[in-house]
Design a protein around this ligand. Structure first.
Ligand code: GAR
Length: 200
């Protein structure tokens, strides 16, 4: 099945790319819901503009992380997804969410994992002096950006790059990679065995 729920915290350009792709029925994946931890996330506006239902689960509204995580799991489950896509979702998902959708949550990260995990993948690659970085689509596990890798694409660092310019070039490649692989997973299915991911 191709029911996809997208998790966003920010601008939502990856979400916008998935929504543009799902307008073609042959794409196979359809964004049926968007969940955010931030009431003001730009991605929520993008979803609404496409007529896609949204939910906000803000940590401030819950007594602790576990309660927030259970609410995230519940608000995703309402949309009955086949696949959950974390696209610029800047929080670590907990056991309730991952346990509810085992091997069915994927994340896009703006670096070539396992290099530069965490919230500042672009900044950290620049600071390290990497000449090549890129983006990774991976299965989410209990760690931080540590799950089995589905696909990666490289982007060269250019002289004079700052975090914004490099991130913009990564995001162009990232959107295409995410759209390609979410579609493939929806059409062909995905199996995860240890660190090996097979699609189709
Ligand atoms: C993307 O580059 C995504 O990889 C990154 O945030 C950006 C969101 O852009 N995520 C992380 O850094 C997660 N650690 P978007 O809101 O325009 O899709």
């Amino acid at each position: 099945g191709g029911r996809v729920v997208v998790l966003v915290s920010g601008a939502g350009s990856n979400l916008a790319a998935l929504l543009a792709a799902h307008d073609d029925p042959a794409y196979g994946a359809r964004v049926v819901g968007v969940v955010s931890d931030k009431p003001g996330a730009g991605g929520l506006e993008i979803a609404r503009a496409h007529g896609v239902p949204t939910a906000v689960v803000a940590p401030a509204d819950f007594p602790d992380r576990a309660a927030w995580d259970r609410a995230v799991a519940e608000s995703i489950a309402v949309f009955r997804p086949d696949l959950v896509v974390s696209a610029g979702f800047m929080r670590i998902l907990g056991a309730a969410t991952l346990g509810r959708f085992p091997d069915r949550v994927v994340n896009t990260h703006p670096a070539l994992l396992p290099a530069f995990p965490g919230a500042h993948g672009v900044r950290d690659a620049l600071a390290y002096g990497a000449r090549v970085t890129g983006c990774t689509v991976h299965v989410v596990d209990a760690g931080v950006d540590s799950g089995p890798i589905i696909a990666q694409a490289a982007v060269e660092v250019q002289p004079g790059d700052d975090e914004a310019s490099l991130h913009e070039r990564i995001k162009v490649v990232e959107r295409a990679l995410l759209v390609e692989w979410v579609g493939r997973i929806a059409r062909e299915g995905m199996r995860v065995e240890g660190r090996q991911v097979s699609v189709g």
